[in-house]
Design a protein around this ligand. Structure first.
Ligand SMILES: [Zn+2]
Length: 260
């Protein structure tokens, strides 16, 4: 039995048996884990407010083997993101990121950069900036850190550099750009050169600086469904948290830029 202590973001909680809770969290050094918090439903004192989704905590857990559930012994709150929790729109954006990490990151696969990305994204959502900009930056970086980086350098078919040429399409199934010279199969989105350059910058900037990038109206319209579609393509299912964002009108539902 190994006792570990690690920073973590709580992704999901579920009731378990009569008095326990199952907690899925993303830790800085061990990746995604699920643990039993014994007595968490009965005794509110033991884990007071520290095992709620979105919370940033210092978690202590016992790991019996290299697979299966861990046993959560203690959890100390570092940041409950109270400001964020007071705004339903921002809760929606935060929940979406937790669901994406939950679905896309394999259990027990360490990815400290992904922990930093999720943590920084939640911090940005606490501020006053536009949450949709942060979401798109989060999704792009998340895809890259999960091994699904969109190819934005050149045409997948002829190799033409994406800084030249005028008409560009992004192919969801191929995960990259196609110039205007080729017939297009599958779902593609037309993207402007400005958007391609912005996304390339967003892939390359150091983690702390990426949040300063802003999408112009056209880039927002071009990227919104493209990035969500790309995530859906890799997950092979819809994201439940998107429904809340659509219901409260925080994200547009019309898909005008896709070329099926
Ligand atoms: Zn081409």
């Amino acid at each position: 039995m190994t006792i570990r202590q690690d920073e973590a973001i709580i992704l999901r909680t579920r009731d378990y048996r009569e008095s326990d809770r199952l907690i899925t969290f993303f830790s800085r050094n061990q990746g995604q884990l699920t643990g039993i918090a014994k007595g968490a439903r009965r005794s509110k004192k033991r884990f007071v407010h520290t095992l709620e989704p979105l919370s940033h905590v210092l978690i202590t857990y016992a790991d019996r083997s290299s697979s299966g559930l861990v046993r959560i012994d203690a959890s100390e709150l570092k940041n409950g993101f109270i400001e964020l929790r007071n705004q339903v729109v921002r809760i929606g954006y935060a929940s979406l990121s937790c669901e994406v990490v939950l679905e896309m990151s394999p259990e027990r696969q360490a990815n400290p950069s992904l922990f930093t990305l999720l943590h920084q994204y939640l911090q940005q959502l606490e501020g006053k900036g536009e949450p949709e900009h942060f979401l798109l930056l989060f999704l792009l970086r998340m895809l890259s850190l999960s091994g699904y980086a969109p190819n934005l350098q050149r045409c997948l078919r002829c190799g033409r550099d994406s800084t030249s040429g005028e008409v560009w399409y992004f192919s969801i199934s191929q995960g990259g750009l196609l110039c205007g010279d080729h017939p297009r199969g599958g779902k593609v989105y037309q993207v402007s050169l400005g958007t391609i350059m912005l996304l390339r910058q967003a892939q390359q900037l150091p983690p702390a600086k990426v949040w300063r990038l802003r999408f112009h109206r056209q880039s927002l319209d071009e990227c919104r469904f493209l990035l969500l579609d790309l995530v859906r393509h890799h997950l092979e299912k819809d994201l439940k948290s998107l429904r809340l964002l659509y219901q409260i009108g925080a994200l547009e539902t019309a898909n005008s830029s896709a070329h099926p």
